[in-house]
Design a protein. Sequence first.
Lengths: 614, 541
Amino acid sequence: MSAHATSHDDHHHDPGFIRKYVFSTDHKMIGIQYGITAMLFLAFGFYLMMVMRWSIAYPHQPLPEWMSWIFTDNWKARWLQDGKVTGETYNMFGAMHGTIMVFLGIVPLGFGAFGNYVTPLQIGAPDMAFPRLNMASYWTYLLGGLVMCASFFMESGAAKSGWTNYSPLAGFADGQIVNQWLAGQTQWLIGLVLLITSSLLGSVNFITTIINLRARGMTWMRMPFFVWAMLVTGFLLLLAFPPLEAAGIMQLADRVFHSSFFMPSGLFTKSEGLADLSGGGSPLLFQHLFWFLGHPEVYVLLLPAFACVAEIIPANTRKPLWGYKSMVYSVLVLGFLSFIVWAHHMYMTGMGAAVSTFFQTTTVLISVPSVVIITSMLISLWGGAIRFSPPMLWACAFIPMFGIGGLTGLPLAFNLADLHLHDTYYVIGHFHYVVAPGILFGLFAGVLHWYPKITGRYMSSWLNHLHFWPSLVCMNIIFFPMLLQGMAGFHRRWYNGGDAYLAKAADSTNVFGQTVAQHIDMNIWMSMGAWTLALAQIPFIINLFISWKTGRKVESDNPWNATTLEWATPTPPGHGNFTFDVAVYRGPYEYSRPNRKEDFHPQWETPDNSKSDH
Amino acid sequence: MEIPYIVTPRKDTGLFNSKIAIWLFLASEVMLFGGFFSAYVFLRLGADYPWPERTLPVLPGLINTFVLIGSSVTVVFAWASLKMRKWRHFQIYMGITITCALLFMVLKAVEYNVKFHHQAVRLTDYTVVEGHLGYEKENGEYVLDHHGRKIEENMIQIEASGLTFSTVRHHKPWVEELITQAEHRKSEIKLAADVKGRTEEGGRDDVVIAKAGEPLSLALLAKIREAHLDARAHNGALRTAGLRSEWKKAKTENPGKRGWELASAVNVDVKALDEAKKLLTEFSTVSFKVDPPARFDFKPRDVREGATQSRLRDDTVIDGKLLPSPMVFHYVDAIDFRHLAMKAVEKGQDPIDAVENSWLVQNHAFAREAWEWNKAQVAKLEAALLKDYGVDQETGKPKREPTAKERYRIDWKDFVAKSDGVDRGKGAIAVKEEFMGPDYKGREAKETFPEHFSLPREQVRFASKFTPAWNTYYAIYFAITGLHGLHVIGGALVLAYYLFFGRKMYDSNPEWLANRVEVGGLFWHFVDLVWIFVFPIFYLM
């Protein structure tokens, strides 16, 4: 490398508190910043959901003090009616719950935090290719998130048209606000554009890093599956998000410049009468652009969880990942196919048979690589000497939970079944199984797995049990009944849990009302499950902070006896990561080689220095 | 710590970092513009109105195309000069590139500016009139408003006698605007009645917060708002507590019953709370009177007008008579019946009949004359086309017929031809055609363009300048060209940075600077490429 003046030199010697912890360009610190911020957003999104669950279970009863204390009296008077959650508030919380969980919680946790911390370490790079871009990416994300959430305190309240933000509903919402820049719906769009910018910067950085900064000997097929998953995630973010950015800009224009991109002719609303718009736009266009992102986004959520679990399973079964190559090819195919399935979210729009057939076919096809990956993980357990370490507990739960989530998606792939299930709780149950006990469990596993590298201490196993088992039970209490309710026809946007459709008399001739009556009491159990789930997270939060100072110290830099490069660094890794000239000599999962005494063979160990006699 | 491959390419990939990054970034950009171009296709195919074809001035667009292509060439020369370590040449070529970018943006700005001053209106029967709005005049002098600006003759005028504000929702700049408008008309806005009520628990219910006759001010509204919010919060908390205890009672009295079985019977007793003097008075609205009643002007989009009561978007209610608020054009440069004809055909009616029965042709002498003239011209054109191209043997119809634009749109060139007495397509254009369209200020223009073309408000369905609001064509035009313009500006700024601040790096590490210019140049080529698509689809198709 040629010598030249770089701004990196000043990092070597005491960068100062601000540069080290706040405006850091170190990928590890940025990863931690992403992780903490994302977890805070997740907690906030969880809280919104708890309020919604109250409204669903007890629509006529005031929100109890333990949930409503967070609001000011003024806020309560504006958004609650006699303490009850109003439909408008429910919509607002619902839209923001979805937005926060997807865009501000899971993606930044999976891709931003784990991707940032682990990827450069696993490929043997000193940092990301563009450290300052990396920092910009985090701050843009934070700004976008804050802009979105700040709107809760505005006269208009936050966005309230679903996380999908369909026009023309979203185009009219908050239309009464004169200064549109200060309306929740507009803030949502501005926040979204900022988030897309952030993930653009992030994905460019990730892909460049993986392509160009791999250590000597780190060939493509020696890359851990984690890195492959991050590479594909990077491409999904890079290519799927921009069309939504286009849609966001157009909807923004509809709001502030009164254009009609997504507003059809002849719109009439109760409050405004005939809309003072040119019309001629296409609501369907928004749906297409949204779901062109929306579906790859599902895999942006999922792949980091796959990535974590795929690292944890070999390290805890002491055997190679089964079918590494087929998993790599599957994740590539998955990435490609995820771009051509989007309209399966839109069967209800009345698309023609040819289009619908195309999307049904691709949707069913995409289940193949997913199943290959999940099956490989399952078979990886076969015949392994499984250590039920704290991360492994979560990884083991991930497989069946994600399995339920994935398989309940198949009926939705078929037009015929989807027309019945569309917009019911079945859909909610399906994708929450994927995201909550699936993806989140995978990410919890990741936290426990890499925590010793980040802090030099283990997290408490006892607190982890206290976190894991109630979480597993509660997740199923919440989401399994959703599948039943959905098949019975419960609509996903009922703010009062079906109360309005209830047939109260046992001999009522209202058939649907009777069905609702049979299923409505499940709401209470599900809500109880949700609140208990909140309690179950407390041990985790305690664990996360207490263990930082008091956890059991790691005995070595490679506490799990794992094989990938991140365990070759000092604990915690310093600036620049590696203290030796990194070279890679073998594949990522060399466990239990018959000719070796030790049951693992790290990627970085030089062959002539092999410790077979050890 | 040092990041590898910033300057020198990695051996096996053959690329330095930023080159990978720019290609990835451009891939993302392709998807972004792809989203917009897809939107263009979607909107154009799905348009339920006549899509404006070839309405933009081609010459400036064409010049811009060559300007950008030229700059793409010079940016490569600039890069090559750096590679050859010729700083002076680099400066010259980069200078030309940035000048080209500036020229592009200037032309674009002029083009936009023309649009922003061009008014269009769609009448209730879908007749479209385009032109320039007039300004209010009295005795040949422009009437100025309270800001000292000319008053556009497109305002909704209301003679207001009363104003009722929403205490929480009123938009402060609009309140100020109303106060100054009233001052300008020598009228006063005063509180109509005492604002009074119970302001503390157990207190009297006639505590005066503001006296009748107090003049409208933001401070006054803020005071009432404060009292309202306090009362609302107080009452909300009280009612919530009441409902909670009711539920507690109901549940203990009816063990085993489910919530929805009890719900209808559990209510908070608001009346009892009020009688116990616990609830405070909320002031959700506050009414003012305008003394003497005065004329207020509102932008059409801000107000939902009614004969005796109108409502602003911030929920301010205006009591008073709606004055005739015609929309007056100073110059009309096109009358377009295409949309009307299209609607007529959809309904199975004869489009010519529909035009002749349209409000404009029926009620406007100039429009009627123009239409008759146009009809005669179209007949001549039909005959000429029949003569030149003949009849299709299979269908028995003429091979070529006048287009919808020729049949139903009468624009400024037609007005000129009509006043000059020349036939379509044969007459020289008397009005000087300027770079971006007709010259409205020329002497000839005054004789040929209809002046003071007045349209009654009730005939107006939708009106807008040629902004994104006018129709989806302009919306997507501004979106794509605007975004492209931002890319030009961004790219030019980066390249200018290399030009003006690159010398230091050139001295220490010229190869690195060359890499950066290469990456910037790649982006610049992309910006050029986008324009190559933009130009035909908006200017030519």
